[in-house]
Design a protein around this ligand. Structure first.
Ligand code: SF4
Length: 542
């Protein structure tokens, strides 16, 4: 096989992406660039004089990317391992050095959140296949930061990961427990010059990205590109996790490019990302380029790839193709057959104004938003966090919308009267929200203190600690228990905070106190705090 690559501009990550190619199968590589570089290893590329500049101006890979769609109907680790090994051989994958597997374990619980994460059997199969393909391995590890401030070691346990990790005698990195290190960004269009990521990510040689195929209420779909949101801890993850979320995902691609991608689409997730409705897709999707894999993923569920904004931004920045014509799609599950199966795959890009319906005791008013690129809605921030929070409540109490007390949810800059019913309380959500009017004859002035991206210093952000946030939001609700309204501040107000505010103001049982999670989460929280302290303490002497 002859692979010819033409680089108009060079990005060290894109070259690293090809550095694992097995010499026998891929014996000729032609580079049209300022200088032909030895395609040996990421570290040698990173230290080369040309690649010490992350980008010349714009990176563009002009090569046909290959994406495989393979049939797989059940979570049998042996079968998955065979499919992954076959895919690795087809794609000439030879992982080496410090190898990090990054699954999607945003949340996990066998009863409450059974479909939100890359399954343990899938991880098991990938590790087995990887071990059979590695070359000069220094370390094999699994790393992730779960979502909504829950300790990652809690979700790893619930996902069944700890048994798999133990079985294969590999390392686990909980990114909420390790040091975060700065990575410089230089690509045109970036939000910031520097972004903080977990140290094992910055130090790994070969990233294996293992997303779960899911719909997403903020970004339409979460596939390979979006899975990188979990390489940051909570303090950094919520920076720009607002109307700029899509830009942030595109920025994260400059930190690292995966050497291999395998999406768990055996049972995909519809609508929500934390509480998805299962969809038996029966597929594993593999590739080496995130844009190519995500483009194929979009077509698999009838989504125009250009509507996945982070994919469009990443493609514009040269990380890979967005047009199917530029991708070789193969495997034993033809794309048209997948599409035939997914004609009713459900997404959820629905604004919250009408989302909760007439019967619900929760009603929402959406105002205007400060950023020019999206003045009518904030995808990526508070509204989506509300949807996820309400679906979490439903996972514990399906009839919650009728059982809760009446709540008016206000987000954005709003003008005109509010006209609350007698039994209704209002919650003004987010730093960008403002309103001036009267409630019960009293003047109320909610002022915006929204800060632009450039006004937010990523090095001085809040910790977003799970317990601190819970105590502070519950305390705020307690202080205003006799008031008809409350202002929940933050940009964004996270899913976890929404749960605390809504449980207090709507008088719903707080899911954090459910006996199935209360004690294990808090034990995991204490372990996480201790390990974080120890890791950082010893890191200072390393
Ligand atoms: S405060 Fe919330 S709704 Fe407003 S811009 Fe920030 S994330 Fe979006």
């Amino acid at each position: 096989m002859v692979t010819v690559i033409h680089f108009d501009r060079i990005h060290k990550g894109n070259l690293a992406l090809r550095s694992h190619l097995a010499p026998k199968k891929c014996d000729i590589m032609s580079l049209r660039c300022k200088e032909v570089l030895p395609l040996t290893h990421y570290k040698s590329l990173a230290s080369s004089p040309v690649c010490s500049e992350p980008f010349f101006t714009e990176a563009k890979i002009k090569m046909r990317q290959k994406v495989l769609i393979m049939r797989c109907d059940d979570y049998d680790p042996e079968k998955i391992s065979g499919i992954i090994k076959e895919g690795m051989e087809e794609l000439c994958i030879k992982p080496s050095g410090r190898i990090l597997l990054k699954p999607n374990v945003v949340i996990a619980h066998p009863e409450i959140f059974p479909h939100a994460f890359t399954r343990a059997e899938f991880l098991d199969g990938v590790i087995k296949a990887t071990k059979e393909r590695v070359d000069k391995v220094e370390e094999l590890a699994v790393g992730e930061r779960s979502g909504i401030t829950i300790p990652t070691r809690f979700t790893f346990k619930n996902a069944g990961y700890q048994d798999v990790i133990k079985k294969h005698k590999i390392k686990a990195y909980y990114f909420d427990e390790v040091r975060q290190v700065p990575v410089e960004l230089s690509i045109y269009g970036r939000l910031r010059d520097q972004i903080f990521v977990a140290k094992p990510v910055a130090h790994c040689d070969f990233l294996i990205n293992l997303p779960k195929f899911k719909a997403h209420p903020w970004t339409r779909l979460t596939l390979s590109l979006k899975n990188l949101i979990g390489i940051q801890d909570d303090r950094n993850r919520l920076v720009d996790h607002n109307t700029f979320l899509e830009h942030k995902i595109a920025d994260l691609q400059e930190v690292i490019q995966p050497g291999f991608i395998a999406i768990d689409a055996i049972v995909a997730g519809q609508r929500m990302m934390l509480t998805p409705t299962p969809f038996r897709m029966g597929a594993i999707v593999m590739g080496i380029n995130s844009c190519a894999v995500d483009t194929v993923g979009c077509h698999m569920v009838h989504v125009d790839p250009h509507d996945l904004i982070h994919l469009r931004l990443a493609a514009e920045r040269g990380f890979g193709p967005i047009d199917l014509e530029e991708i070789d799609v193969s495997g034993d599950f033809p794309l048209e057959d997948v599409r035939g199966k997914t004609s009713n795959f459900q997404l959820c890009m629905e604004p919250i104004d009408e989302y909760f319906g007439q019967e619900s005791n929760l009603s929402c008013i959406v105002g205007k938003f400060p950023e020019k690129h999206s003045p009518d809605y904030c995808w990526g921030g508070c509204p989506g966090a509300l949807q996820e929070a309400m679906h979490i409540f439903k996972a514990f109490c399906p009839n919650v919308e009728r059982e809760m007390e009446r709540v008016r949810y206000v987000v954005g800059r709003l003008q005109g009267p509010l006209e609350l019913d007698e039994s209704e309380r209002a919650i003004f959500v987010g730093n960008c929200t403002s309103w001036k009017g009267r409630i019960d004859g009293q003047g109320v002035n909610i002022e915006s203190n929204y800060k632009t991206t450039h006004e937010v210093d990523a090095r001085k952000t809040k910790s977003n600690d799970m317990l601190l946030k819970m105590v502070s939001s519950i305390w705020q609700c307690f202080k205003r228990r006799s008031s008809r309204y409350i202002h929940a501040k933050g940009c964004p107000v996270s899913v976890a905070e929404h749960i605390n505010y809504l449980s207090s103001i709507g008088k719903i049982g707080n899911v954090n106190f459910d006996p199935r999670v209360l004690i294990p989460i808090n034990i995991a929280y204490c372990q996480m705090r201790l390990n974080r302290f120890l890791n950082r303490f010893f890191d200072n002497f390393a």
